[in-house]
Design a protein around this ligand. Structure first.
Ligand code: UDP
Ligand code: MG
Length: 306
């Protein structure tokens, strides 16, 4: 069975060669038939040149594909592009920065090969190596989104997954523009095994996730997989109208400030509700344009050019 490693790369010039070497070394004698699908997500450093050198250079197996986007489209777009070009019967999404070790891929392979009913193996972080605030915010997010969404999200589960082609085909059928892998994997279903893994230190460069990006990503997840916020907005609207009625009665006895505060209150509620509706409208607007998830600048494939 052929294995495709889908590797999103954004400014990873210091990592891609080390990644290639380490995988080649770890897989030696254990995995024969595999390919690298590197997706250069509009890097502004030397990632593209490094990938091209790898592609043209020492790789004896001739097992590299690399795609370059016309600009940075984000990791989700890179995963989608990788999925659509990968040729394997098994596919694995793995980061380029060596935080996710190829030894774990061997573990995943063993599990999926042992049981033909297992369609996907997902690595989850047993202990998070991040600050208390970030990890409690994440816990809060998962608690919340699991309450309001139809599909289940597992805290700590990463994009580091190995799965069969049937799962990949299902993901490719989901053509949404705002992609949120964690939810999409739950949405398509299939039997998933979870294995713990420890995230290694980043080999070189820095993480692309700031707190701001994480919060944005969390909202992407909520708005992509739940319509509950729309209901919340209707419910708060109704409650605030009732409150306003109460305030109106009270205003016969109390000072004018009460009315002012009520006005603010209601104004706030309306703005909040409009904001929530606006979020969904914005998503529909972008989806309605039917824009491509990514734009390719180049695609090289050892197998096809030989
Ligand atoms: N990545 C990408 N496009 C982006 C941001 C990140 O392809 O816009 C890639 C990045 O090169 C890496 C993986 O996604 O291979 C995970 O990114 P990062 O290491 O920054 O995330 P973290 O490990 O800190 O969660
Ligand atoms: Mg990383």
């Amino acid at each position: 069975m052929k294995l495709s490693l889908i590797v999103p790369c954004y400014n990873e010039e210091g990592n891609v060669e080390k990644f290639f070497d380490l995988v080649t070394e770890v897989f030696e004698g254990k995995v024969d038939d595999y390919e690298f699908v590197f997706v250069n997500d509009g890097s502004t450093d030397g990632t593209r040149e490094r990938l091209k050198a790898l592609y043209l250079g020492k790789n004896e197996k001739k097992n590299i594909q690399y795609l370059s986007f016309s600009r940075n489209f984000g990791k989700e777009a890179a995963i989608y592009a990788g999925l659509s070009k990968a040729k394997g019967d098994l596919l694995c999404i793995i980061d380029a920065d060596l935080q996710q070790r190829p030894e774990v891929v061997l573990e995943m392979l063993e599990i999926i090969k042992k049981d033909e009913d297992t369609d996907c193996v997902t690595a989850y972080q047993e202990e998070r190596k991040e600050g208390k605030i970030v990890s409690s915010l994440k816990a809060l997010f998962y608690k919340g989104i699991n309450k309001i969404s139809d599909v289940e999200f597992r805290n700590g589960a990463s994009d580091f997954r190995l799965f069969r082609r049937n799962v990949a085909e299902a993901l490719l059928q989901m053509r949404e523009y705002h992609r949120f892998s964690k939810g999409m994997f739950s949405f398509v279903g299939f039997n998933t095994e979870y294995i713990p893994y420890t995230v290694a230190e980043r080999e070189s460069g820095e993480s692309k996730w700031s707190l701001r990006k994480l919060i944005k990503y969390a909202f992407e997840g909520i708005f992509a997989f739940s319509t509950a916020p729309l209901k919340i907005s209707a419910y708060t609207g109704i409650s605030f109208i009732l409150l306003a009625l109460g305030a109106f009665i009270l205003s016969f006895f109390a000072s004018a400030w009460l009315i002012i505060s009520a006005v603010f209150f209601i104004g706030g509620a309306i703005l909040l509700n409009l904001g929530i509706i606006g979020q969904y409208l914005a998503k529909m607007y972008v989806q309605g344009k039917d824009r491509p998830v990514y734009i390719l600048k180049e695609h090289f494939d050892n197998e096809e050019t030989d």
